[in-house]
Each structure stands twice: as C-alpha cells, then as structure tokens.
Design a protein around this ligand. Structure first.
Ligand code: ADP
Length: 522
C-alpha cells in the first residue's frame, strides 16, 4: 500500500514536471526568433509561435488548421520535404523556398523540419522552422552584383592596362630608335661635340671631339669640362668656354693649322631650367685660310688701284679748279660726277686696305694715351655737312667734359668711331638725332653711338659682325656698302682688349656700345 502511494506521488510529480516542461517549451518557442510551427501527420498546422505569426502576418488562430504548404509558393517541394522526413530521417535538410507573407509579400526563406514523437516514440507530426533570409539573400545578390560589376571593371581595366602597356612599349621602342639615330648622328658628325650636365660633367664626347682635343673618351667622360687639363688643347677649350647661359661663339686657335669655332649652347627644359650644355667644335682652318687668301688678293688689288685712282681724282680736281670760262658747263658736270665716283671707289679701296691693315699678321699697333673727345669731335666735323643736309642732329653728350684718356692706337680708334658714326648717319633715313655718349666704367670707357634709323632686323642680328654681311633692309636703303666696316671695327676693339655689342629694333633705331681700357700712367 505504502508502495502504491509512493508510486502515485512519483507519477504525480512526473506529471507536474511534464506540464512544467510543456509550458517551458511553449514559452521557449514563443520567444524563439525563428518562426516555427507544429504540424500534424497530415500536414495541417496545429500551433505556431509569435515569430511565425509575425512573418506570415496573420494571427495564430488564422494560421492553424491550414496546410503548411499553402504558406509557400513551392507547395510540392514542402510536401515532399515532409513526406521524405517521415519515411526515414529525424531532421530534414534546409531547403530554400518562397514564403507568402501577408505583411511583407514574398519572402525568401530557409525551411527545415524535424519529426515529433509522443512519449512512446509514436510519430505524431512535424516541427517546421522558417528562417527569413530575404535580407541576407538581397545582400548576397547585391554582393554578387557588386562582385560581378567589379570583376567586369577589373577585366576592363586589365584590358586597358594591356593596351597602354602595348602603347608604352611602342613609344619606348620609338624613343630607343630615336636615341640610336641621335647617337649615331652625334658619333658620325664631322664637327666635334661634347654634351655635359648643367654643372659641366661630360656625358657624351664624339670621336671628332676626341681628335680635336687629342683625348680619349675613356679619360674625359665623367670629368668636368671647365677644368679639363689632360691635353693642352683641352685646357685651351676649358679656359675659353663660358659658363654663362645662352649661345656663345668663340674662335680658338689650337695651333697654327687648327682653328676651331666653338659654340656653347645651353639646353633648357620647358620650365626654363638648364638641363645641359652642348659644345660644338667646328673646324674653320680651311675657311680661315681661304679668307686670308681672299683678303690678300683684295689688298694687292686695292694697293695697285689706289695710285691710279688717286691720279684720276687729281685729274678731275684739276679740271674743276680751272677757270670757269675755260671749261664748258657740260664738261664741268662730267668732271664733277667723275670726281664723286672716283672718291667713292677710293673709299671702298681704302676700306679694303683697312681690313688688310687690321688682319695683317704684323699689326703694328701703337698704343698710347688717346683723347676720345677729340677723336669724336673730328669725326663729327667730317660728317657735319652731310648730317645737316639730311636733317640729322649730331649730339655729343659729354661735350666740354674732361674725359680720362684711353689706352689706344689713335688711328685705329678713329676708324672705329668713323665706322660706327658714319653707319649711324647712313642708316638714318628720316630726320633724327645721333647721340654719342661716354661713361667711365671700372677700368674702361664705355662708349655708345645711338641713332633713330632703320634698325637691324632681329633675325639678322647674329651675323652683323661677319665679314661682307649686310642686312636686307640696309641693302634696300643704301646701295653703297661692303659689310666690312663692322667686321674691322670688332677686330680693332678686341685688339684693344675691349668688347663691342649693340641693341637694335627694326624701324626704331640702333645703339652700338663698346669699351676701351683707360690709360694707365704707370
Ligand atoms: P656697310 O658697308 O654695309 O655699312 P658694315 O660692316 O659697316 O657694312 O655694317 C654691316 C651691316 O650692319 C650693314 O650693312 C647694316 O645692315 C648693319 N648696320 C650697321 N650699322 C647699322 C646702323 N647704325 N643701323 C642699322 N643697320 C646697321
């Protein structure tokens, strides 16, 4: 009896425990975030949890009693899932399906199920769990789209890269081709050529430059061109080239039979920064020899012509000086024109002789103190009448001032002033002012001769000191001229240790400047 009571009490407790467990399961299922429902063996929903109600969008009352597959688009797949589960497994696989939700429309979900059994292990239905993966799916789809898009983008970029790689390779091979062309051009140039960086370090020297300087590229590459001393020729080049930027031309006499015209060109990039320097050495020995021959020939001819010309001039003078009545007016006219022409030819002949005097090897310059004011005034005196006729005002800004003496050969210095002042007058076609000015500048006297004449065209300015050169506008304005005056003038100024240059604007005027060292008493 006691035994029976004990058993009863035990049963009672177990029942209570079981009820507790059921309540617990219900509560648990109510809180479960996963939508779940229990379905009877016929597939009819018997209970649902809160999450199920929410996702389906109908109350538990409306949901229960319906067939589970009615909640989905894929009715057959759901039916099959349960049928197969009932046959063999306790838990099903997850399958993807489309849930028809009243609240949210079609939702993508994962459906899983397990079988339910009673205490004796008898099959009493299913639990069906629904996991809403719409957001996840969307996210995944978006991610996939993004990945697709980026893949396409990458492919496109890879294609572009490949294309530009091809283009770069093409450009590189073109550059290489150009480089080779330039290199072989430089190497085969008949002129000597040196290329340096901005500081003067030699990076290229061609074979002709090696011959001229009597050096080997092995010893000079990487050394500085401004302090080369490996051979006397190289030393001469180093001490004569200028570090200034721009274009410099210098004639260097390496030996009696080697005359080189050296041009130094500064190379700049598009921002104006110096990136290198090219030194070109052009052998002018032959040209020089030819020039000397020409001058010699001309000077011999001029010398021979001078005496007969002087005689002709004298004859005309004689005719003109005779009594007015003795000569017919027509004859006088002819004599006057003959006299003028002879004078012109004599001037040309004298000009040739001036060049000869300047260029002859034994240039017997006699240096001494020279009063520049006097020289200028004398030249002015000689051209006064012509200037008045042409309405050109002659101005010597330092008139009356005591200018220091210069160290010069008086006759040659007169030639310089004469050439420059006569040119200034000759190339002033309208009326204007011709101004000569002098300034002391350190140990020299700086002189300037300014005119308001035709000017020198910019494109021709670099040739103005060359022998026989005449600018186009000058040829049109003044037929008389041989292009020897400025050449001679430059040679004389340089022989005095001075420099000569000019500033000019076509149609506005020209100013020539030159310096002559001051006379030093000691
Ligand atoms: P030319 O006998 O032709 O005057 P020069 O050697 O004296 O020869 O001058 C050379 C050239 O320089 C002239 O032909 C002319 O083109 C130019 N020139 C010289 N001086 C002037 C100047 N003051 N104004 C304009 N052009 C000048």
């Amino acid at each position: 009896m006691e035994e029976e009571n004990k058993l009863k009490a035990e049963l009672e407790r177990t029942k209570e425990d079981l009820e507790d467990l059921e309540t617990y399961t219900e509560e648990f299922s109510a809180f479960l975030p996963l939508a779940a429902c229990s379905v009877n063996p016929l597939g009819v929903v018997v209970s649902v949890n809160a999450a199920f109600e929410k996702v389906i969008g109908t109350s538990a009352l409306d949901s229960t009693g319906k067939r589970i597959e009615e909640f989905f688009v894929e009715t057959n797949a759901i039916k099959q899932l349960l049928a197969e589960l009932q046959k063999s497994e306790k838990f099903s696989e997850n399958i993807q399906a489309t849930l028809l939700s009243k609240n949210y429309g079609k939702r993508t979900v994962k459906v899983s199920a397990s079988t339910r059994s009673d205490r004796e292990g008898q099959f009493i239905g299913f639990f069906v769990g629904i996991n809403d993966i719409t957001e996840l799916k969307d996210l995944q789809d978006r991610l996939e789209d993004k990945v697709d898009e980026q893949t396409r983008d990458l492919m496109l970029r890879a294609e572009e890269l490949e294309k530009s790689r091809g283009e770069i390779m093409h450009v590189l091979s073109k550059i290489e081709e150009e480089r080779n062309k330039t290199f072989s051009l430089v190497m085969n140039l008949s002129d000597g050529l040196i290329y340096t960086d901005p500081s003067g370090t030699i990076s290229i020297i061609n074979p002709q430059a090696e011959v001229i300087l009597r050096v080997s590229h092995k010893e000079v590459l990487g050394t500085n061109v401004f302090d080369g001393d490996s051979t006397p020729e190289f030393q001469k080049l180093s001490s004569n080239i200028s570090k200034d930027s721009g274009l410099e031309r210098e004639i260097i006499e390496f030996s009696e039979d080697l005359m080189i015209e050296v041009s130094t060109i500064t190379i700049r990039n598009e921002n104006g920064e110096v990136v290198g320097r090219v030194i070109v050495m052009h052998d002018i020995t032959k040209e020089r020899a030819l020039d000397t021959l020409k001058v010699e020939f001309i000077s011999v001819a001029a010398h021979q012509m001078r005496t007969p010309l002087a005689a002709i001039k004298w004859a005309f003078e004689l005719i003109l000086a005779s009594d007015e009545e003795k000569i017919a007016p027509e004859l006088k006219k002819i004599a006057e024109s003959g006299f003028e022409s002879t004078n012109r030819i004599l001037k040309i002949v004298n000009n040739f002789l001036d060049v000869d005097a300047v260029e002859s090897v034994n240039m017997d310059y006699v240096f001494g103190p020279v009063n520049v004011s006097k020289v200028i005034e004398d030249v002015f005196l000689g051209i006064e009448i012509t200037a008045r006729e042409r309405k050109v005002e002659l101005v010597f800004s330092n008139e009356g001032e005591m200018l220091p003496f210069v160290q010069a050969d008086q006759e040659r210095l007169s030639m310089v002033f004469q050439n420059l002042i006569e040119n200034a007058l000759k190339y002033t076609i309208k009326e204007g002012t011709l101004t000569v000015q002098a300034h002391v500048q350190e140990n020299s006297l700086l002189l300037s001769i300014a005119d308001e004449g035709i000017g020198i065209p910019e494109t021709e300015q670099q040739n103005i000191f060359s022998k026989f050169f005449r600018a186009e506008n000058a040829k049109k304005t003044e037929t008389d001229g041989n292009g020897l005056g400025l050449y001679t003038t430059k040679r004389i100024v340089e022989k005095h240790g001075g420099k000569i240059w000019f500033e000019s604007k076509e149609g506005e005027g020209t100013t020539f400047f030159f310096t002559i060292p001051l006379y030093n008493k000691q």
